[in-house]
Design a protein around this ligand. Structure first.
Ligand code: HEM
Length: 516
């Protein structure tokens, strides 16, 4: 039986529904038409089937992103089948998209190798913007706020800085290793309260290995560009990524189990150091909310996994300190000026404390310049968009991976005069140049929650080194050294040797007095 539309009973609801549907259709079609007239941002021409795969670097990523910016302008568009990428070489565009429109650019890439094959999807920095991520971030926001860092962690940071100086006096040939070690100790102390478990296993070694695996797996595996490759059998040629993933997954599970055991043991500890740690406090919260043993187990695991996100960012602080030491070797006049300021304000009888901070403006500028000169996360951590967007007339579809090229901002003469020169004075001008903390710690809702802690930590370590030592190069004179930076996932200076020469007579005695 044929129905005549007019013979159907029509109610007000139907009319409203039909009008709504028509309106939605009209909107959709006008949006579609508008989109058809909108273009993607400029970028290199994609190849059939492969897209821009040949334009995507395998190393020194930030250099390629910066070069693309020079050729195509502040926004560069790249595609590989099924994925779209937007490289930002404009600080203003990064601010607008990732911060002001932060609710759109909130997710993280799929990172097939790291998250799906190795199973690290629950680490805070890698996590999609889900409920757990939100809860953990809100907890961290308080635990690592500027006020909390000042009141809760200043004394730990000062004590660690003095211990560091003592170790450098005792083992001057090992200062770079000691630098990495002390930074690891700060984060582990703060997270777990202890550096090793009852069996004497060193947590810094465990975490360092975890970080190394993470960074290795982010170094441009082809499966990240073509996720379907993961379903092919591992005996086929080109499937090395599958074997790597299987090996690392096993290793990571073992490392995690060790730390998880510590987290559980810690939750029962009556040691005050443990009780002041981040995980102890979180575990108390979990126990107070969930009395069911299975729930507690699950929460403990999640707590560990998310806390794991804290240590996974440790390399950034290490490389920032390495960049500082490297810059001081390359620029002896800057080093001397900072030391003169320290000598004037602090003198020779005691080592620096945070109370000296307001009186050391040149040192503050040196630390800002260190962050700018070699942004530790040189091309930022990518954000992924949750819905379609339009910016400056360009269409940015949902699911686009947006890369804020921090290195590009740091080398852009629009923001900095002579950007490749290490020059702290740029931050002391009447109108200071762009504060690098505006971009080296990322943007918007994914902004680094550890930025206050990181800045205070590198500040106290740098102040202590300059107070106690002259930093010189082991073999070469400064003029023979060139600034060479490796811009990988976490960027760092090329391996170099250096020596800390004591500037104070009886330095060891002075440090002992300070420590006691
Ligand atoms: C100089 C040292 C550091 C630098 C340069 C740095 C930089 C960054 C950057 C660029 C991001 C990505 C932000 C974004 O996606 O927009 C990030 C994320 C993060 N950082 Fe840091 N960071 C440093 C130290 C720290 C420290 C000491 C901690 C913790 C104690 C920390 C904890 C985190 C966490 C948990 C995230 C993930 C945030 C999220 O995805 O929601 N960072 N960091």
């Amino acid at each position: 039986m044929a129905f005549n539309a007019l013979s159907l009973p029509i109610s007000g609801t139907h009319v409203a529904f039909a009008a709504g549907a028509l309106l939605a259709l009209a909107l959709l079609s006008s949006r579609y038409r508008a989109r058809r007239h909108l273009s993607y941002p400029p970028g290199p021409r994609p190849l059939p089937l492969l897209g821009n795969i040949l334009d995507i670097p395998r190393s020194q990523f930030a250099l390629t992103w910066t070069e693309l910016g020079r050729r195509y302008g502040p926004l560069t568009w790249l595609t590989v089948p099924g994925q779209t990428f937007l490289v930002l070489n404009s600080f203003e565009a990064a601010k607008e998209l990732l911060e002001r429109r932060g609710s759109i650019y909130l997710d993280r890439p799929r990172w097939v190798m790291l998250k799906e094959l190795i199973g690290l999807s629950n680490y805070l920095v890698l996590s999609p913007a889900n409920d757990f991520w939100r809860k953990q971030r809100s907890h961290l926001k308080h635990a690592l706020s500027g006020a909390a860092v000042k009141s809760d962690y200043s004394s730990l940071l000062e004590t660690k800085a003095r211990q560091y100086l003592e170790r450098c006096v005792a083992r001057p040939e090992n200062v770079l290793l000691e630098t990495n070690r002390i930074i690891g100790e700060v984060i582990i102390k703060l997270t777990y309260g202890k550096l090793e478990d009852a069996q004497g296993r060193d947590y810094i070694q465990i975490i360092t290995r975890l970080l190394d695996i993470m960074i290795l797996s982010l170094q441009g595996y082809v499966v990240d560009l073509f996720p379907t490759l993961q379903y092919l059998p591992k005996w086929l040629p080109g499937m090395k990524f599958k074997r790597d993933a299987a090996r690392w997954e096993k290793e990571i599970r073992e490392l995690e189990d060790t730390v998880l055991t510590l987290v559980k043991a810690n939750s029962l500890s009556d040691d005050p150091e443990v009780q002041s740690s981040y995980t102890f406090k979180k575990m108390q919260e979990i126990h107070s909310k969930d009395r069911d043993e299975h729930g507690v187990q699950e929460q403990t695991k999640l707590n560990y996994l998310y806390t794991g996100g804290l240590e996974t960012v440790n390399h950034s602080t290490e490389t920032t300190m390495q960049s500082f030491i490297y810059a001081m070797i390359l620029c002896p006049s800057v080093q001397k000026k900072a030391q003169d300021e320290i000598d004037r304000v602090i003198g020779s009888t005691r080592s620096p404390t945070f109370e000296d901070q307001p009186d050391l403006p040149f040192l503050h500028a040196v630390m800002l310049e260190t962050l700018r000169w070699n942004p530790a996360v040189s091309f930022g951590v990518p954000h992924v968009s949750r819905k379609d967007d339009v910016y400056e007339g360009y269409f940015i579809p949902k699911g686009t991976t947006v890369i804020p090229n921090a290195w590009g901002f740091s080398r852009n003469s629009k923001y900095y005069t002579n950007p490749s020169i290490f020059d702290p004075e740029r931050h002391l001008k009447e109108s200071p140049e762009l504060d690098p903390r505006e971009f080296v710690f990322g943007f918007g809702r994914r902004l680094c929650p550890g930025k206050e802690l990181a800045f205070q930590e590198v500040w106290i370590l740098a102040a202590s080194i300059l107070w106690a030592f002259e930093i010189v190069s082991w073999r070469l004179c400064a003029s023979a050294l060139r600034a060479e930076l490796i811009l990988d996932v976490v960027s760092h200076p090329t391996p170099f040797e250096c020596q800390f020469v004591p500037r104070r007579e009886r330095l060891k005695d002075k440090l002992e007095v300070a420590t006691n």
